[in-house]
Ligand binder design. Sequence first.
Ligand code: UDP
Length: 344
Amino acid sequence: MADRIIVTGGAGYIGSHVCVDLLSAGKSLLIIDDFSNSSPEAVRRIQELAEGDIRLLKSDLADPAQRERIIDAARDFRAQGAIHLAGLKAVGESVTEPERYYRVNLGSALTLIDALKATGGKLIVFSSSATVYGDRNKSPVDETGLLGPTNPYGRTKYFIEEMLRDLHVSDPGWKIANLRYFNPVGAHPSGRIGEDPNGVPNNLFPYIAQVAVGRREKLRVFGDDYDTRDGTGVRDFIHVCDLARGHRAALDHLAREKAPGVVDVNLGTGLGYSVLEAVAAFKRASNRDIPYEIAPRREGDIAEIYANPSKAKALLGWTAEKSLDDMCADHWRWQRENPTGYGE
Ligand code: UDP
């Protein structure tokens, strides 16, 4: 069994939902987070939503000066594995500051590997992304799709996947799951935890939510001349609680199997919705107007991508259960009840 788990980036958007899910399943957690894009308030709320054993280490995994401290904490915790979510994630920023993205994302993964080596817990569930597929696949994309990320952020995800494969070659005792997320949205149904982006949101749902709540004037829809149903981009939106459950399914799979090796798994619903369909669904859920204008295509965007999620079902026994309406209702509840997020 793997019951003592490090969650890096555990205070973040996906991390906070993963922590609630794992605690509810009886796991003990060591959260490592530097709060550079998250809040200690999220950890407080995780504890409010789920009882259980949490330790918190405020540390930057990419800072060499903190490496020993992190290794000591992992050893002291007797970690049996990790869910690795810490990292920088803004695509545009990664294009202007590539070295920072490589240093932070690759450096953090390496420190985590060192920490796990110190504890003997050779198990990692890694937060990868559908962005590793690049733009040359026809949807639905399965795990054999062509890889080819188109920006530095995506390449850090791809390189970490490869690094973990090499780690497994060097020592087949390692058990690895690369979880390729599609578009995580929504929030915990309690309305207590959710996405709290720094500054102007890059992603569609947080932007829509801030328009609905009146924090921003209107959404810009990036392109309405794609070769899709209504001309706008099509994505596989997945409820963050389904995604969180997928991490637990992956963890349990790795723990249970004697030699699972390295598994790459899509976490998506298998359904594609367009930007305008998402706007309409959010409007229904919130009963608010979502003004928008059509803007030029955003550089680097592709017309359409959605998952073939059958491997997750066959291997992990996991499928997404929540609908687009659930995603919008829960995202809206979080936004309405926390109009300024965790608010510092
Ligand atoms: N999008 C948009 N306006 C925004 C943000 C996103 O029209 O303010 C579109 C974007 O062009 C893409 C979809 O919404 O077609 C999802 O974008 P997001 O950044 O959320 O995720 P991505 O799929 O790029 O990872």
